[in-house]
Design a protein around this ligand. Structure first.
Ligand code: ZN
Length: 234
């Protein structure tokens, strides 16, 4: 095998690993976003439970206000009743007081009912908050792992790039240029085996004359179809 082929294969092995790691890095934000999106459902549940509590609290406040208003009216009517000397007026006031008292009872029942809703709401909020805390912990852990992966990949990339530079240094300039052009354009490989008359890159049949040339040649041969640099495997 040509020395250049051996050199380029080593270089290509590093480049492929570098490409792979760079792709890994590009995927990290996607993983981060996916991890964070796990929180959305739990956050919405907490928000809903909080809203429900606020709603019930407002209802209770409004009922309490209604009760207070009626109690003030009762007090006023009782004062009037105390002062009157007319029997029919006394009775009429008494009926009105009863009506307000019935109102107060019914409002108090409603308040008790709302208090129960409030208790349920608080339990639901606690459950939603607990669930959110569990998810948050999981997401935090996942994000921390991703951070670690980024650091690891970056360190490995630095090593590989140093190795690559060392391996590229002794390669013939024209060959290196051809290789670089091919690996950039093709992405996967620039140097491929020619096996059973087939190009290892594009899987097209290679003409006999090219195979002959490859056997005897002292320089790099390229596939007629895809242009990749070939080496013979027999
Ligand atoms: Zn090819």
């Amino acid at each position: 095998m040509l020395t250049e082929i051996t050199q380029l294969l080593k270089l290509q092995e590093r480049d492929q690993r570098i490409n792979h790691l760079q792709k890994d890095l590009k995927d990290i934000p996607v993983h981060q976003a996916r991890a964070k999106s796990l929180l959305a459902g739990d956050l919405a549940a907490v928000e809903k439970a909080t809203g429900r509590i606020r709603e019930v609290e407002l209802k209770i406040k409004s009922i309490e206000l209604d009760i207070a208003t009626r109690k003030t009216s009762i007090k006023r009517l009782q004062d009037q009743q105390f002062e009157t000397r007319k029997n029919d007026e006394f009775q009429a006031l008494g009926h009105e007081i009863q009506r307000y008292e019935k109102d107060v009872f019914s409002l108090e029942d409603k308040e008790i009912e709302q208090m129960e809703f409030l208790d349920e709401g608080k339990k639901a909020l606690k459950a939603a908050q607990d669930k959110l805390a569990v998810t948050q912990a999981r997401v935090n852990e996942e994000l921390a792992q991703l951070e670690e992966r980024v650091a690891g990949v970056n360190a490995r990339l630095k090593e590989l790039q140093a190795e690559r530079a060392e391996l590229a240094a002794p390669v013939d300039k024209a060959s290196l240029e051809l290789y670089t052009r091919l690996i950039t354009r093709r992405g996967d490989a620039a140097v491929v085996p020619l096996e059973h008359g087939i190009c290892g890159g594009c899987h097209m049949k290679i003409v006999t004359s090219t195979i002959q040339e490859l056997r005897q040649s002292e320089h790099l041969c390229q596939c007629d179809s895809c242009g990749r640099i070939l080496y013979l495997v027999e």
